[in-house]
Design a protein around this ligand. Structure first.
Ligand SMILES: *Cc1c(COP(=O)(O)O)cnc(C)c1O
Length: 333
């Protein structure tokens, strides 16, 4: 059940030619701050604009189910499953609630998936996905708690260690933990003394709270600049919780202000447009919460952001997230 390094190598064969081997580029500015080489793994350049294509491709291939696949993510996982299913000639049904913005519905439809809009909550969408499994025989693909998804995300770890066997510190954005589990599995099996740190936002960090409690716990989901890191880990978590517990050296939390600042840094210093979720590793170093040792890399996980929000951040305006106001600050002042 729990994947091993051989499963990650197998995943690399499965996803080759559809998911890209992404560039690993130095950030001169962050290298200066870190006091040593600081590298960016550019998963924002994947065909769907996020690393989730890797896990989705591996899981869709493994499903081998002519009836098709389903999931209820409206974010990068939904895009990944839609794209992967089209690439494999399979039917994909993505379930969403009526509250999902039309742009997201259109984005997933444009990738060739059927969209089923049902009810006014994520729970209703989830129930529809479960009905499609029970009645129509589709295979549901979890965004993070699935051995094939974890092995697929782990291929990033293979690429990192092949490119830079001398890597000493790896900073991984952390939500449900499929990415961190897979990458840490691959990278630390190859290099056991590599230091791997998961990073989340400090409000609604489900994996962090679960690791502290020693079992999966529910957290209240609040709006964040790192919206791709929101959501729970599942109270019946089978794999990603135990793998993160066993494989991560530490989990560090960053504030919304630190994420705001890191988005500006990545944009102005490296000229990269990326989601808030991607910059948490940069934020952790800028804030001094992580002290990089030796060559250090972080994963720029995706680029599917709300451009209006992004524009506010890079032009130094205030950002309002629910009951939280992030005070604007122009970069360089
Ligand atoms: C899903 C996602 C993450 C977190 O991955 P998990 O496997 O849930 O920990 C980070 N960044 C982006 C852009 C994502 O879409």
């Amino acid at each position: 059940m729990r994947p091993v390094l051989a499963d990650v190598y197998a995943a690399a064969q499965v996803i080759a030619g559809v998911a890209d081997r992404t560039p690993l580029v130095p950030s001169p500015y962050m290298s200066g701050i870190a006091g040593g080489e600081f590298l960016l793994k550019l998963e924002n350049m994947q065909p769907i604009g996020a690393f989730k294509l890797r896990g989705a491709l591996n899981a869709v291939a493994g499903a081998q189910n002519a009836a098709g696949v389903t999931c209820c993510s409206t974010g990068n996982h939904g895009r990944g499953v839609a794209y992967a299913a089209r690439a494999r000639g399979l039917r994909a049904v993505i379930c969403m609630s009526e509250l999902v913005p039309q742009a997201k519905v259109d984005g997933i439809r444009a990738l060739g998936a059927e969209v089923r809009i049902i009810g006014r909550s994520q729970d209703a969408a989830q129930a529809e996905a479960e009905r499609l499994v029970a009645e129509d025989g589709l295979t549901e693909i979890s965004p993070f708690d699935d051995p094939l998804v974890i092995a697929g995300q782990g291929t990033i770890g293979l690429e990192l260690m092949a490119a830079r066997p001398d890597l000493e510190t790896l900073l991984i954005p952390l939500s449900g933990g499929g990415l961190a589990a897979g990458v840490a599995l691959a990278a630390k099996t190859i290099k056991p003394d590599l230091r791997v740190i998961g990073i989340s936002m400090d409000r609604g960090a489900a994996m962090y709270e679960s690791l502290r409690a020693g079992h999966p716990v529910d957290v209240e989901e609040v709006p964040s600049l790192a919206d791709s890191l929101g959501g729970g880990i599942g109270m019946a978590n089978r794999l990603s919780f135990a793998m993160c517990r066993d494989l991560l050296d530490d989990v560090v939390l960053v504030t919304e202000e630190e994420i705001y600042r890191a988005m500006q840094v990545l944009y102005y210093e490296d000229r990269i447009v990326a989601e808030g979720a991607c910059v948490v590793g940069i934020a952790a170093v800028l804030s001094g919460k992580v002290l990089p040792q030796g060559p250090t890399a972080t994963i720029i996980t995706g680029r599917n952001l709300d451009m209006a929000m992004f524009t506010r951040v890079v032009t130094g305006q205030d950002v309002i997230l629910g009951d939280k106001v992030i005070k604007g600050k122009t970069y360089g002042t």
